[in-house]
Design a protein around this ligand. Sequence first.
Ligand SMILES: [Zn+2]
Ligand SMILES: [Zn+2]
Length: 277
Amino acid sequence: MKSDLHLHSTVSDGLLTPTELVDKAFEAGIRIMSLTDHDSTDGLAEAITTAGKYNDLILIPGVELSTDTKNGEIHILGYFIDMESEDLQKTLESFREDRLYRAKSMVNKLIRLGYKITWEEVLKVAGSGSVGRPHIAEILAETGQVASIKAAFDELLGRNGPAYTERRKMDPETAIELIVQHSGIPVLAHPREVNNLDEILPSLVSSGLKGMETYYGHYSTEERTRFQQLCDNHTLLATGGSDYHGPDRAAECDLGDSKTNLQVGKLLLKMHDELKI
Ligand SMILES: [Zn+2]
Ligand SMILES: [Zn+2]
């Protein structure tokens, strides 16, 4: 039995609905899971209801916030966040509006660069979820205008790519404080992707960071050991998950394949109990 504490649905840029995701997770042997859509808690009610069909499946409410530093993007997960809070929902909504503006701007840049893509196509691919770069990349790859989704990011949509548009800035400390203010447990996502991890970690911890993904995706044993050590040094909980976005995303980790055992999920539940938030 496993945990998977980092999952996306159609509410953001995932391919499965919250219900499909929960059913598939249970089939995969996951018994503690969290839905962590980007900037949205809109899939949680459905996921919680579906999880309720199973006697022994625990669904932890979550969200993933994107933040920026001068050295690149940092993603912060918020577990047990109070999704009923109006103030939180207003903040998330403003992030989603920014995401929409940003995606539109990137499509316009691509058109100016001579690529054949329309905003309507992007909306269609995104479905009910929030529009993001993966949807744009998918269209470019499927129409053969780039070699692959990865190539779309490398050549066009990545931070230094000609079609890239910056997000409105939020620093990771602010995101951590926002999660704490709304009764959530903030956890640093995919730390390998953080360029200056050792340097920035003390500031994140003093803002209220409580954990760091250690059993993430396909991280190697060496990487896991390194992040576990950092967790120990900073008294952080080592969490984990696949960051699954759906079938056919071949480059990514499959649902439940992040080697996050059940105990990891139990420790997160225990931390929530002990914090009494
Ligand atoms: Zn992320
Ligand atoms: Zn994610």
